[in-house]
Design a protein around this ligand. Structure first.
Ligand code: IMP
Ligand code: MG
Length: 175
């Protein structure tokens, strides 16, 4: 297995990530059956988790993509930009935001604001990881894969300056 020297320790294995996607997918299947939800992937970090998750949801849904940018290296720049890209009409839709992690919470607050202005029927948030100790604004994801301590992670979509998104596991970054 490819483990670059920047991986201090593997935090979640491929098996654990698959189990997590299956567990959350089951829950979402129950909650969204008959609602034709719109699953929104927050690029780029959520892309691996998103692909795993939607394949575990066993009811009709559609997908789309939005982007945010807030991090440089392992430190937040404090500014969050939401790019709704070419999102279509979401009025009356049940929207499920799929994000990699809830850290300070600022990205998800801004995403919820931007989407809320487009009159969806509901908005819920799924995060693969949650770092509650890092919160600077009030936000609680509706569905969470794993709660972690204040660690910087890479792999399974998580990057450090654009690298390591392709690792099939989540590892702790070695500075
Ligand atoms: P926020 O601070 O909750 O707005 O999170 C902003 C973004 O920071 C997340 O969507 C991630 O892309 C990124 N991020 C936060 N923690 C980590 C980490 O441990 N590794 C890699 N990216 C992270
Ligand atoms: Mg990111």
């Amino acid at each position: 297995m490819y483990v670059p020297k920047e991986v201090e320790k593997i935090l979640f294995t491929r098996e654990q990530l698959d189990e997590c996607a299956a567990r959350l997918g089951k829950q979402l299947t129950c909650d969204y059956m008959g609602k034709n939800p719109l699953f929104l992937c927050v690029l780029r970090g959520a892309v691996a988790f998103f692909a795993d998750l939607i394949r575990e949801v066993e009811c009709p849904l559609s997908i789309d993509f939005i982007r945010t940018q807030s991090y440089a290296g392992t430190e937040s720049t404090g500014r969050v930009e939401v790019d709704l890209m070419k999102i279509g009409d979401i009025s009356g839709r049940d929207v499920v935001i799929v994000e990699d992690i809830c850290d300070s919470g600022r990205s998800l607050v801004e995403i919820n604001k931007a989407l809320g202005a487009l009159n969806p029927r509901s908005i819920k948030t799924v995060c693969l990881l949650d770092k509650p100790s890092r919160r600077t604004v009030e936000f609680q994801p509706d569905y969470t894969g794993f709660v972690i301590d204040d660690l910087f992670v890479i792999g399974n979509g998580f990057d450090c300056d654009g690298r390591f998104r392709n690792l099939p596991y989540v590892g702790i970054y070695k500075e």
